[in-house]
Design a binder for this molecule. Structure first.
Ligand SMILES: CC(C)(COP(=O)(O)OP(=O)(O)OC[C@H]1O[C@@H](n2cnc3c(N)ncnc32)[C@H](O)[C@@H]1OP(=O)(O)O)[C@@H](O)C(=O)NCCC(=O)NCCS
Length: 168
């Protein structure tokens, strides 16, 4: 089955909400996408299309890492969803890889995710890289990835998740 990938358009917004709801079994993640979009925080919103239908989606939104010296341009990867009947065919991986490439092209230097500890390390995410970044989250599900090699080395920083993450 041919799948193609592209950035979201305004016409996709309803379908993106539906894909998130179907994948997570609840509307919270689709609502989060809508709130982040409304607040102008989206860096990349990418969809997987099969037969003109959205079957997968990934969102990257602004989440700068503040240190005492500087601000590192960074994004949160959240949420990410593939329709249940399309899962385990590589669509999620393709969305992650393509999304990371575009984030890098757009000047982002690091990515933070709160997600499955067995899934995200395959793309280079690691809890060790996120250890010195303070946030409301910690532990093995709180992971980071460098889009620019070495950018998180010895960095002591902090991220402040915007209100949409706490209002869905
Ligand atoms: C996570 C998700 C986006 C992956 O999409 P996908 O298209 O199935 O991903 P891929 O085909 O590229 O990769 C499949 C791999 O993901 C793994 N995977 C899927 N869900 C997982 C989970 N909850 N925990 C650990 N691994 C998981 C599968 O085991 C599979 O691994 P394998 O290739 O070693 O067998 C999809 O399963 C989904 O929408 N899940 C429900 C929503 C969700 O949990 N989103 C992520 C929030 S962090």
């Amino acid at each position: 089955m041919a799948i193609h990938y592209r950035e979201e358009t305004a016409d996709d917004q309803r379908a993106i909400h539906q894909v998130n709801t179907a994948a997570f079994g609840q509307p919270a993640e689709g609502n989060l996408v809508d709130l982040l979009r409304n607040d102008g925080l989206v860096v990349v919103s990418y969809v997987a299309i099969s037969s003109d239908t959205v079957v997968g989606h990934i969102l990257f939104s602004e989440l700068p890492i503040e240190t005492e010296q500087t601000t590192i341009p960074a994004v949160a990867l959240a949420p990410m969803a593939v329709l249940p009947q399309f899962q385990r065919q590589g669509i999620g991986s393709e969305l992650v890889q393509r999304g990371l490439d575009i984030c890098r092209e757009r000047g982002q230097q690091a990515v933070i995710v709160l997600g499955h500890p067995d899934y995200y390390p395959r793309f280079g995410f690691s809890p060790e890289l996120a250890e010195r970044i303070s946030s409301p989250f910690s532990g093995e599900a709180f992971m980071a990835l460098e889009l620019v090699a070495g950018v998180l080395e010895n960095v002591q920083g902090q991220v402040t998740y915007p209100p949409p993450f706490f209002s869905v």
